[in-house]
Design a protein around this ligand. Structure first.
Ligand SMILES: [Zn+2]
Length: 358
């Protein structure tokens, strides 16, 4: 046992000696360098010294203190040599304490700064809002915290109906909900503007905001994303108006002449309900397309004619008025536009990703 123990301690000593040799060789190098320097004090900012400090974190945990101390000793020795001891009141170079410093660097260095830009999703929501604004829609926001009534009841989800399970999101102990869709605004938007209908005008509103889902995250699913919600209510509004409105929007947004199709679907708050698809703007004849996997159609959003119960709960007579609504993900629009393969990039905070959208 004694042999093994001494073997281990010998190994540690060798390890420490190798580490310290590193400091010694840098010391010798800097002392040589100092002789030829005109401005002696610049030796304190030598990259070799900084590199030594950077190496501290790479050392075995039990060696870091000794290694760090050896570097501090070397620095002190150099300071004494150039007459700039940190113990004396000699002049130190100015440091702007308000500057954004790299606190991980032993010698404070300014972090390179650049002008920031708006997030790509903000840039695109502004473009989307602009297009609908020009089409006569009022632009508003949704809410990032809401209640059961607006999330479900006002949208014709009966209590305990299994359709509620499709909107699995986050709920506080007090019963407040992080909305799973921007449709939470339908009741508010319609009831606050129902006087417009009596005045012979339409209600036309676009609502956009973040929504939340309890998702298994992957390249196509995020727990937090952005939705655009459109509502139009008036006299004699039909599915034809819905399709024409969305077709005009997508054609404008993608700057392409786009074909659209609707496929029957189910939502409790619209009847009839549809999935809305676009002809793939990236398919060229005879080529396999990554975006649509050769399907030639891309499913973009859910939509339909607003359910009579939803209109009634907002105080609008569904016999006299009708309307359509849609809800879709902004990230999906942007991913297709810029060929982005993973939705998680948007909330990642990765500068490499974000800087592409300057
Ligand atoms: Zn395609």
């Amino acid at each position: 046992m004694a042999i093994v123990a001494s073997g281990i301690s010998l190994a540690f000593d060798i390890e420490l000696r190798v580490i310290m040799d590193d400091v010694q060789s840098v010391r010798q190098h800097l002392l040589d360098k100092l002789k030829s320097l005109e401005e002696k004090k610049t030796i304190l900012r030598a990259p070799e010294l900084r590199d030594l400090y950077n190496k501290v974190k790479d050392q075995p945990e039990d060696k870091r203190a000794e290694f760090g101390q050896a570097i501090n000793n070397l620095k002190k020795e150099l300071e004494d040599l150039v007459g700039q001891s940190s113990d004396s009141n000699s002049v130190l170079s100015d440091i702007d304490v308000t500057a954004p410093m790299d606190i991980n660097s032993p010698i404070p260095q300014l972090i390179p700064t650049e002008n920031g830009t708006t997030h790509p999703i903000t840039q695109e929501t502004e473009k989307i809002a602009e297009i609908f604004y020009r089409m006569g829609f009022e632009v508003s926001e949704s809410r990032e915290i809401d209640d059961d009534y607006h999330m479900f009841t006002s949208l014709n989800f009966p209590e305990n109906h299994p359709a509620r399970d499709d909107y699995d999101t986050f709920i506080t102990e007090e019963g407040l909900i992080a909305p799973a869709h921007t449709s939470t605004m339908q009741n508010r938007i319609i009831s606050a503007r129902k006087h417009l209908l009596e005045e012979g005008e339409n209600i036309a509103v676009l609502a956009m905001d973040r929504v939340f889902r309890n998702e298994d995250l992957d390249a196509r699913h995020e727990h937090t994303f952005t939705q655009h919600e459109g509502i139009l209510v008036g006299k004699d509004i039909t599915v034809g108006n819905l399709v024409a409105t969305l077709k005009l929007f997508f054609t404008t947004y993608y700057e392409e002449d786009i074909e659209v199709k609707i496929t029957p679907f189910y939502f409790p708050f619209t009847e009839p309900s549809f999935e809305f698809s676009l002809s793939c703007p990236f398919c060229s004849d005879g080529e396999d397309c990554r975006v649509c996997s050769g399907e030639r159609w891309i499913e973009m959003l859910g939509c339909g004619m607003i359910h009579p119960n939803v209109l009634r709960m907002a105080g609008v007579d569904p016999i006299k008025y009708s309307g359509f609504a849609w809800g879709g993900g902004v990230e999906r629009l942007v991913m297709i536009k810029h060929n982005i393969e993973d939705i998680r990039h948007f909330n990642s905070g990765k500068l490499k990703f974000l800087r592409q959208f300057k």
